[in-house]
Design a protein around this ligand. Structure first.
Ligand SMILES: [Ca+2]
Length: 269
C-alpha cells in the first residue's frame, strides 16, 4: 500500500495542483529522504557532577546553568557552574518524584516528573517552589520555543503547551525518512529548531517544529571516547543553548564531562 501511494504521489507531484489526501500522504513518502548525519567535534569540555542523572539542562542569559536530575530519592533541581561543574544551589525533590525535563518560562523554571503527572514550577532566582501543575501521561523532555513549552513523552510526538495553563495548543509527529522517531527525550530550542536526545542512542535529532521532519542527525558517539575514565556514565542526555556564545552544551546521565558544541549545524551538501 505504501508503494502504491508513493507511485501515485510521484505522478501527482509532477502534475502539481490539487492532491487528494492519499496523494499528499504519498508525496511525503516519496520525497522523504533520511536526514544526513554529521558528527560535530566538541569545542570545549568542562567537569560535570557524576551524581547527576541528567534529565534536563537549561542555560539562561547571565551565565546560569540549571539542571534537572532524575532517579527516585536522588532527583533535584540544581544551579551549576559551567566551568567547574560545581553545584551552586540545589533543591531535592520528594522521594516519590523522578525529575525529568526542565525549561524556562519567564522568571520561572518548569520541571517535569517521569510518571508522577506533576510539574514543579520554581522561581529561578531563589529556587523556591511556587506552584505545581498536573498533566496526563509521562513527562520526558521540556523546552521553550516561541512562548510555548514543548514536551516529549518518549514517543515520536512533541506537544506544544501554553506555559501559563499547561494546556496543549498543538502537536507534531517527528519523522526521519517518513518514519516516526520514537524515544524523544531531553529537548532544546536552538535557532528556531528543536534538538532532541534520542533515548538510548548517542544521537541528537534536529527537528523542524512546523513539520516534525528531522533536518539533520548529530552522531555524538565520539564524545564517549573523550570522557575521563571511571564512574558509570550512562546515556547521552542534556542539551542547553548558550545563545550569547552560540554554543550548545551537552552531557549525559552520570557523565563526568559537559561538552560545548557549535550551535549551527549545516547539513552536508
Ligand atoms: Ca534542555
Amino acid at each position: 500500500m505504501r508503494r502504491v501511494l508513493a507511485g501515485i504521489a510521484l505522478t501527482a507531484c509532477a502534475g502539481g495542483a490539487a492532491l487528494g489526501i492519499a496523494a499528499r500522504g504519498g508525496h511525503e513518502t516519496a520525497t522523504a529522504a533520511r536526514a544526513p548525519v554529521v558528527a560535530p567535534a566538541p569545542l570545549a569540555r568542562h567537569p560535570h557532577a557524576t551524581d547527576a542523572y541528567t534529565e534536563g539542562l537549561v542555560w539562561l542569559p547571565g551565565g546560569a546553568l540549571y539542571e534537572s536530575t532524575g532517579m527516585y530519592g536522588a532527583s533535584s533541581l540544581r544551579q551549576v557552574r559551567r566551568a567547574t561543574g560545581a553545584v551552586i544551589r540545589s533543591r531535592a525533590l520528594p522521594r516519590a518524584y523522578f525529575g525529568e525535563g526542565l525549561a524556562a518560562a519567564g522568571s520561572r523554571l518548569v520541571q517535569l516528573t517521569w510518571r508522577e503527572h506533576t510539574a514543579f514550577v520554581w522561581d529561578r532566582r531563589t529556587l523556591r517552589r511556587v506552584r505545581t501543575f498536573r498533566y496526563a501521561g509521562e513527562g520526558w523532555g521540556l523546552a521553550t520555543l516561541e512562548g510555548r513549552l514543548v514536551m516529549s513523552n518518549g514517543s515520536a510526538v512533541l506537544r506544544f503547551l501554553d506555559p501559563a495553563t499547561f494546556r496543549e495548543v498543538r502537536r507534531v509527529r517527528v519523522t526521519d525518512g517518513g518514519r516516526p522517531v520514537t524515544r524523544l527525550n531531553e529537548l532544546e530550542a536552538v535557532h528556531g529548531e528543536i534538538w532532541a536526545n534520542v533515548w538510548q542512542r548517542d544521537d541528537i535529532v534536529v527537528i523542524d517544529p512546523a513539520t516534525g521532519r528531522v533536518r539533520v542527525r548529530l552522531d555524538l558517539s565520539g564524545l564517549r571516547g573523550r570522557l575521563p575514565g571511571g564512574g558509570r556514565p550512562e546515556v547521552l542526555n542534556g542539551i542547553a543553548w548558550d545563545r550569547a556564545r552560540d554554543r550548545v552544551l551537552v552531557t549525559g546521565k552520570w557523565w563526568p564531562s559537559l561538552f560545548e558544541l557549535p550551535a549551527r549545524v549545516p547539513a552536508p551538501s
